[in-house]
Design a protein around this ligand. Sequence first.
Ligand code: DQA
Length: 137
Amino acid sequence: MKFIIINGPNLNLLGKREPEIYGSASFEAYFKILQKKYTPHQLDYFQSNIEGELIDKLQEVGFSYDGIIFNAAAYTHTSVGLGDAVKAISTPVVEVHISNVHAREAFRHHSFIAPNAKGVIAGFGLKSYDLAIESFL
Ligand code: DQA
């Protein structure tokens, strides 16, 4: 099967960014572990800080991949455009968060992605991505 992890803004700084919340491991290293674990499935990765690039990627993969693991980061809470893109595509999307957004500030409790996602996984650190892939198998 073919899966892609799509990460939104500031997630390129994982390992350096607020390690007390997001951990001290870089995503690239963890992604290699996941790729190995899920062989022979295809696992791709895309990160962007730009909302339109995330929409372009969802449209590009959203009719041919078997699953999208999507951490829209801060855009989760603000982006009607990303919510509409998730609704527009046929590939199922699992929304992922490293932190438990419901235990944080109120503005993180709302998601424009969740209403059109297959499910939501939050609060398990980088393992949230692993659980999301598992959910497709
Ligand atoms: C996040 C949670 C968001 O609220 C935040 O803006 C992020 C990361 C997470 O993975 O926990 O950038 O999506």
